[in-house]
Design a protein around this ligand. Sequence first.
Ligand SMILES: N[C@@H](CCC(=O)N[C@@H](CS)C(=O)NCC(=O)O)C(=O)O
Length: 216
Amino acid sequence: MATQTKPVLHGYFRSSCSWRVRIAFALKGIEYDQVPVNLIKDGGQQLTEQYKALNPMQQVPAVEIDGITLSQSLAVIQYIDETRPGPRLLPADPKKRAQVRMISDLIASGIQPLQNLYVIQKIGAEKLQWAQHFIDRGFQALEPILKQTAGKYCVGDEISMADICLVPQVFNAERFKVDVGQYPTIKRLNQTLVEIEAFKVSHPSCQPDTPADLRA
Ligand SMILES: N[C@@H](CCC(=O)N[C@@H](CS)C(=O)NCC(=O)O)C(=O)O
């Protein structure tokens, strides 16, 4: 059962995985507190012993909720969905639910980890090409899948965890100068989703730890 205490999100304004959780909280109308973990400052605050105690993977997000601490954004989103009222983030229909998980995993396991900070820091001078290569490779797979599954949103006409994963990944793609115009379905879905309030209020440009020069 959900308790009355507000959840606490340990995250970073520009982290796509933290953004996923912020979108889920916003879609469900859940109030939460944010504790910023700066992934760059002091060599990365996620690497401190204090943070490691919270998330041994030394990544954001970590969420304190209902007396437990969860990391892994998809686990957090599914927990929120299973314990909070509001719009479903995973459809009731098993086929659609599987499609939502397929798309979410494609992004969360097949794309984001390959362009994550600790990976590209190891790549050195080639990091832009590396990130572009793996984002393009993932989007080349995602585009025909979404062509089959999408209605107004990634799977049919209901917003789901797949949409929550898509928008931050497109944001990352644009940061790495991937031409998203090559993927018309991805582009169309993203354009629709970014106009929705829950995606706007959770955007990296307006978080408590967003630096002044990146604020919208
Ligand atoms: N599978 C994890 C991935 C978490 C992750 O990669 N977080 C990134 C930010 S989006 C991070 O903390 N990176 C820190 C680093 O690379 O040192 C999730 O979905 O939460």
